[in-house]
Write a protein that binds this ligand. Structure first.
Ligand SMILES: *Cc1c(COP(=O)(O)O)cnc(C)c1O
Length: 347
């Protein structure tokens, strides 16, 4: 069992949050003269709902969770930043990350002047449970797991994740940005039995809405309460709320995209496997492939010259000679494969 009040920073425990006009008056009214808005109707002249209830109600149905256990942020990056600010005392507490992984955990910690303990993944890209639990002390606040992991594409083994949830004395954060592409079950299903768990998801990948900046955090009501206390009052704007609601009413489109991207991912895996300079294609539960090649930097530069940009991960721990390739539309993937077969001819 965790004692949340022991984990939350003292200044946040005692924080009196900003009370906006929109949150102070909750009844129904006809004339709103309380928020210094422009009264002329533009469709956007009013402040948005600070807690985005209409949107959360829809997401709650989709995820099978009460709306009160959802936080919505300006991208999941906002949730990462808020978690660090809620739980970590600068220059005293630390977070744990498992490289190679998403870079924002480190950057957000650096901005907050919070220490980072890096415990590398095993060579099979699974968490090294004994090493992680061995690195823990009183100042351990957050453990960031990314599953499916960026940039490796694999999912974390559920039994290892469970051991970490059971053994870690702080909050375990599982970043599921790519879960919609995975055949594995979401770790959201563990939330009821794990009061120290936070699961992050996003509209930036499978939903096709990276431009609106909308991320989700799922957790206990108690943890969501702290998110709401610390977040900027209107952190999710009206246009974003509207676009997300519209997308949630178009779930067939989402399903079609996911199916198409998975089919393309399989096709790419197959085709890349026939190239003699490709050493390894790591199994992916995401919408990208981590590919180990002979001469990664040279290949990256060649692709740039061909006006195709992939991500050079060759200097990242355990990713030597690797490029991370996002699955594109069929014609984009065909063009990539055309270039890659010419590269073979170049050598
Ligand atoms: C893309 C990505 C995100 C998404 O962040 P947003 O701020 O929601 O766009 C989060 N985590 C990981 C690991 C990602 O790769």
């Amino acid at each position: 069992m965790i004692d949340l009040d022991q984990l939350v920073r003292k200044n946040i425990l005692g924080l009196k949050p900003y009370s906006s006009a929109r949150s102070e008056f909750k009844g129904s009214a006809e004339v709103f003269l309380d928020a210094n808005e422009n009264p002329y109707e533009t469709g956007l002249n009013r402040y948005p709902d600070p807690l985005q209830w209409a949107l959360k109600d829809k997401i709650a149905v989709l995820k099978g969770l009460p709306a009160a256990r959802i936080f919505l942020g300006n991208g999941s990056d906002e949730a990462i930043d808020l978690l660090i600010r809620i739980f970590c005392e600068p220059r005293r507490d630390h977070i744990l990350t498992l490289p190679p992984t998403y870079g924002m955990y480190q950057v957000s910690a650096d901005i907050a002047d919070v220490l980072v303990r890096e415990i590398p993944l095993r060579t099979d890209f699974q968490p090294d449970v004994p090493a992680i639990l061995g690195a823990v002390n009183e100042q351990s606040r957050l453990l960031f797991l990314c599953s499916p992991n960026n940039p490796t594409g694999n999912s974390m083994e559920p039994d290892l994740v469970q051991q970490l949830i059971d053994g870690f004395p702080g909050i375990v954060v599982i970043d599921e940005a790519y879960i919609d592409f995975s055949a594995r079950e979401s770790f959201v299903q563990l939330l009821d039995r794990a009061p120290n768990l936070v699961v992050l998801q996003t509209f930036s990948k499978a939903w096709g809405l990276a431009g609106i900046r909308l991320g989700m955090a799922f957790a206990s009501e108690a943890i969501i309460h702290y998110f709401n206390k610390v977040k900027p009052p209107y952190n999710v704007n009206q246009l974003t709320q509207k676009a997300a609601l519209a997308a949630l009413n178009q779930q067939e489109q989402f399903d079609q995209w996911v199916a198409a991207l998975l089919a393309e991912r399989n096709k790419l895996t197959d085709q890349l496997g026939h190239l003699d300079f490709v050493q390894n294609i790591y199994p992916s539960d995401a919408n990208f492939l981590l590919v180990k090649v002979d001469g990664a930097v040279g290949l990256y530069r060649y692709l740039v010259h061909e006006k195709i940009i992939v991500r050079d991960r060759s200097r990242v721990l355990l990713c030597e000679d690797c490029l991370r390739i996002t699955v594109g539309r069929p014609e984009e993937n065909r063009r990539l494969m055309g270039c890659l077969s010419n590269w073979k001819a170049h050598k």
